[in-house]
Design a protein around this ligand. Structure first.
Ligand code: SAM
Ligand code: SF4
Length: 332
């Protein structure tokens, strides 16, 4: 499919038939099973200033937290206990954690829990990525956010498409199962840009592809309300499934911030992964990338059990498998 074909699909009204086709493809590769990845958000400190994100360094109103290694390990163990086959360690770009600290965490999680480990820590150099891979990290998630040069430079100050893409390719060359993705509906993102983003993402041979909706955060330059077109995100999910049949595609938590049944609708549109937060209750409200992320006060166990119940009611089965992708050549 060319970006022009993709653009035509995005313009089509009513995604129903596309969702059904995408779900048929997902069923063929993954059945009705849904891989569960437990996300430990261990620091909301960030040196970057992405215009869309509540963790940006310029957001001085945010109370910052860091978890100690023992707290991170406890959250990882809880993820396993609750039925996750993968632990995702995610944070802002926080240089306070020495690369050896992260490597040691990866090793200890791999040694003590029967899980795969995904890192989502942002932009680092090749040596650091290689070191974490040697420590046992299975996957890395680094979203392009958008491939449009002008939009990327505007929304990620000091960063370029070429630099981010070089890092994604670096991760691939180091043998990580590599994930990337985009934010759907960023201010300034036209359908033509979105179609090109989908096209370029689909050419990378990624094992994971994430495309969640943009949700404005009031303490960022992009605070203005947007038309919350959940349908657009679902359509993008479906098109990505058709173009990347064996890739792992999450029904993003951001979908749930837009609609109570957002994630199950994402599965209906061809997604096969959920990524619940298992960050400790005391700090998880502070990982406020966007409003509605990690509702404070909700017990982690209750939140995960509630999600599983919704999945089952919608005809899906949460599975504790490590959940490697089904693209040709991927490990597992
Ligand atoms: N700091 C790392 C990085 O940027 O790659 C990982 C953590 S970052 C919070 C994870 C993802 O959050 C980003 O890749 C971005 O796509 C998403 N994100 C940030 N702000 C968002 C917003 N307002 N709406 C939707 N997604 C957002
Ligand atoms: Fe930092 Fe990631 Fe948020 Fe950008 S998206 S401000 S790098 S946490």
């Amino acid at each position: 499919m060319t970006s022009r074909d993709i653009l035509e699909m995005l313009a089509a009204t009513g995604g129903g038939p596309v969702y059904a086709e995408a779900r048929t493809v997902a069923d063929r590769f993954f059945g009705r099973g849904v891989y569960v990845r437990g996300v430990v958000e261990f620091s909301n400190h960030c040196r970057k200033n992405c215009h869309y994100c509540g963790l940006r360094v310029a957001n001085t109103g945010l109370e910052r937290f860091r978890l100690e290694p023992e707290g991170i390990l406890a959250a990882a163990a809880l993820a396993r206990e609750l039925g996750a086959g993968t632990v995702v360690l995610q944070s802002g770009e926080d240089l306070r954690y020495d690369r050896r600290v992260i490597g040691d965490l990866v090793r200890r999680i791999r040694d003590t829990l029967d899980v795969a480990v995904t890192l989502s820590l942002g932009d680092f150099d090749r040596d650091t990525y290689a070191y974490w891979r040697d420590c046992g990290a299975d996957r890395y998630l680094l979203k392009m956010e958008t491939f449009d040069e002008a939009l990327h430079a505007r929304l990620r100050p000091g960063c370029t498409v070429a630099d981010r893409l070089a890092r994604v390719e670096m991760l691939q060359s180091l043998g990580y199962e590599t994930g990337s993705g985009i934010i759907v509906g960023l201010p300034g993102m036209t359908d033509a840009i979105l179609a090109e983003d989908i096209h370029r993402l689909s050419q990378l041979g990624l094992e994971m592809i994430a495309a969640g909706p943009f949700i404005p955060h009031p303490s960022t330059p992009l605070a203005a309300p947007v038309d919350h077109a959940i349908e657009k995100s679902l359509l993008v999910t479906a098109v990505l499934r058709l173009l990347n049949p064996g890739a792992n595609i999450p029904a993003t938590s951001a979908l749930d911030a837009l609609a109570a049944d957002g994630r199950t609708r994402g599965l209906d549109a061809g997604a096969n992964v959920v990524m619940p937060s298992v960050t400790p209750d005391a700090v998880r409200g502070g990982y406020s990338i966007y409003p509605g992320k990690n509702a404070a006060g909700r017990d982690v166990r209750d939140a995960v059990h509630g999600l599983f119940e919704r999945l089952r009611n919608a005809g899906y089965t949460p599975v504790a498998d490590k959940g490697f992708s089904r693209i040709a050549g991927a490990c597992g």
